[in-house]
Design a binder for this molecule. Sequence first.
Ligand code: GDP
Ligand code: MN
Length: 416
Amino acid sequence: MKVHEYQAKELLKNAGVAVPEGIVVTTPAEAALAYKSLGGGLIVVKAQVHAGGRGKGVAIGPDDDRNLALEIASGRKPRPESMAKGVQLVKSAEEALKAAASLLGKTLVTYQTGPQGSPISKVLVTVGHDIVRELYLGMAVDRALQCPVVMASTEGGVEIETVALKNPEKILRVPIDVGLGLADFQARKICKALGLTGEKARKGATFFKNFVKLFIDTDASLGEINPLIVTAGGDVLALDCKLNFDDNALFRHPDIAAFLDAAEEDPAELRASKNGLSYVSLDGDIACLVNGAGLAMSTMDLIKYHGGEPANFLDVGGGANKDQVLEGFRILLSEPRIKAVLVNIFGGIMKCDTIAAALLAAYDELDFRVPLVVRLEGTNVELGKKLIKESGRKIVTADGLTDAAKKVVAAAKGAA
Ligand code: GDP
Ligand code: MN
């Protein structure tokens, strides 16, 4: 799960990681008030969306050209005066009000959002700082090392992917023992790599240690502070912050789960998670309903292997009862791009004839506008297939995964 910058900064602040003061608002008038209560001077107004590249991003209205906006946000075309940036520096309450008005209710297009953009319903009004140095600090889980790693670089304020590609030697990687957190010698190593000495090194070490502790304690999967800045006053601050959390660990963190912003989530994915289904939207046109994550992965592979494009990953879990199948089908059929549905279920504890009965009941309750191919395997498979064949419904049964994949790809092409 992703959270907004203002939410990430709240977590940082509570964990003892230095962030600029800020107030999140939903109206331009509130932005003007926030400007004053933050003490005036240089203030930054920032669109809150789950995407990076906001500084170069473009706020557009319903009638603006989204593809042009993406060209501008990606730096391929010049920005016209009329198009507001996602991050704006202001010097008066009046300017804060105008900046907020140029963002709220609009859609922000950045190189990360694609042309559809993300809706802006909140802006963060935050104290601006004179930047002496822009650094980078990130954390991710390294699957090869089997632990989180801290990434630190002097190349802040630019995309870290570019640094990794062109100057990989400029990124220091520090593996973290989750039982110990960031050790003193590791904190010193990061300070050295970032050129932080004296008082700044002391502040940096506290910052890094607390950030690593927060990452571990919250079951975060990705953390990025870009830029991490050194101010004229010698402070080390997180000017920006992105945090992602492991969905499977959210039950341990109700405070973070409450940060969910439904407007930023895929509606089908949201609906699935509410029903205990594991669902990921993809771009293809063949929907899959499968029990078990491994089986779902191989089903998607086979569809691709036989020339089709999967529209989703849907794991209904080991049980696959009627309610889950029904809700799964509803979610699949709500996607207009679907041209065929493949059900691939292995009946273990749940017998194939029980599953077949659930499928038929679900089929009758729903308006199946596309071909349905079913492959069952496991306990009582013959009985299950017989039930479907003799039901008289327009359901194609398949023998084995290859047959199923071929049939559903053909069905989708026929429907196209
Ligand atoms: P992003 O574009 O989505 O990564 O948003 P950021 O929060 O990183 O802000 C984008 C850019 O705005 C930063 O890289 C800075 O150049 C600029 N910026 C943001 N806050 C401040 C500030 O307090 N002072 C100054 N001088 N620039 C800022
Ligand atoms: Mn940033």
